[in-house]
Design a protein around this ligand. Structure first.
Ligand code: HEM
Length: 369
């Protein structure tokens, strides 16, 4: 008796390593989009509130215009890892989702509201109006959604408190308390938003659809934001580690993959700090720095996703839940069809990107007012 519901008698239809691989890859992509949204949105709000120069107006409109698209990625790239998480961790994540059911279900109307506000915000920025308050409301709600996710992903690791929570209320209206890992984890994700947001501005600086002046503005601003946020995120990362139980810390140190992911993330944080500092002063607009910023952002988030997966697996293992211990009866024909469709899907996305890349350039400086 370890507090988790019984395992589903139906065996898994594909190897566990395949589910885990797909889970980590798709979740890393969700995190990239989510962090760009969290950071990019507040950057656009502050530019609209405080910016006086024409470059700041162009930058705010350019970011706002793209955020509606970023939001589609946040949502669509959130669905696949949610499905894989349910397959691998259903016994834990279903329980925690039900226990905070009212909050969990409120994510859907909250997302719709954020989406609507983003469109209004983008249209206002495009017209050169002061619409920062709309963006700010959207950002606060987005932070609320992030908080609900953090609550769920940490509650699923604590079977010991489930019964007490359910006894206190079966309506799903209580959030878990007394979890020291929750706040550092939330702050880590929010700080990461500003690292990603800053690196995104450096990436945008490589686009020829902006004037030279605007490109240099974007890269200098992005560099300053990413550098400060990278330092904050390292402190949050240390707090996340320190609040883990000793058994999880020991496991993270003993496991080669998690060790590589953790140390690799730290090393990349330093690289990002130096790179962002360079951008802040040198204001580079070359394609190379633009793509470098995208690559370091993705690598850093991918390493974090692996390490985060380690924290979950080791925490669950310490409570008797071994994610690798499942009956697998692989249905290779279905797995084969899935992989073929996956590759075809990637090809179609690549083709769509090439169409966008070949499209006629529209200059992005026409902000009225
Ligand atoms: C504005 C919208 C969203 C924000 C701000 C957001 C934020 C977050 C955050 C902060 C986490 C990490 C929680 C933690 O590790 O403690 C997370 C995880 C996750 N999110 Fe999102 N999210 C958003 C929308 C979505 C949507 C719409 C979906 C799915 C349809 C989704 C699916 C997931 C999944 C599957 C995970 C992790 C599951 C796992 O640990 O295996 N998210 N999200």
């Amino acid at each position: 008796m370890n507090g988790f519901p019984n395992v589903d008698p139906i065996p898994l239809p594909a190897p566990i390593w395949l589910f885990k691989l797909l889970h980590i890859v798709t979740l890393a992509l969700h995190f990239v989009a989510m962090q760009v949204l969290v950071g990019g949105l507040l950057i656009a709000v502050l530019l609209n509130l405080l910016g006086r120069s024409s470059s700041s107006k162009t930058a705010a409109a350019a970011v706002g215009r793209r955020l509606t698209v970023v939001m589609t990625y946040v949502i669509n790239l959130g669905v696949p890892p949610l499905l894989f998480a349910q397959v691998l961790y259903g016994r834990a994540i279903y329980t925690s989702s039900v226990l905070i059911g009212a909050y969990w279900i409120s994510v859907i109307p909250a997302l719709i509201l954020v989406y609507w506000l983003l469109y209004r915000f983008a249209a206002g920025l495009e017209a050169g109006r002061k619409v920062w308050w709309m963006g700010l409301i959207a950002w606060i709600i987005t932070g609320g959604i992030a908080d609900i996710y953090v609550n769920n992903m940490t509650l699923m690791l604590r079977p010991g408190v489930w019964q007490k929570m359910y006894a206190a209320s079966s309506l799903g209206t209580h959030l878990p308390t007394d979890d020291p890992t929750k706040l550092p984890r939330f702050l880590f994700m929010i700080a990461g938003g500003f690292v990603a947001g800053g690196l995104w501005l450096i990436f945008l600086a490589g686009r020829k659809s902006f004037s030279d002046l605007d490109r240099r503005y974007l890269s200098a601003l992005g560099g300053r934001i990413a550098a400060v946020a990278a330092i904050a995120q390292v402190f949050a990362a240390l707090a996340v580690y320190r609040t883990q139980p000793a058994i999880v810390q020991a496991g993270l140190g003993d496991h080669l993959l998690y060790k590589i992911a953790g140390l690799g993330w730290m090393a990349l944080a330093l690289v990002i700090l130096l790179f962002a500092g360079f951008a802040a002063f040198a204001k580079p607009v070359a394609q190379l720095t633009s793509w470098l910023s995208a690559i370091v952002a993705f690598l850093s988030i991918a390493l974090m996703t692996v390490y985060r997966d380690g924290i979950r697996d080791l925490t669950l293992l310490s409570k008797g839940y071994d994610v690798w211990n499942r009956t697998v009866v692989t249905n290779w024909s279905v797995v084969g069809i899935f992989l073929v469709l996956f590759v075809v899907g990637l090809g179609v996305v690549g083709w769509l990107i090439s169409v966008v890349a070949r499209a006629e350039r529209v200059m992005e400086s026409a902000v009225i007012g």
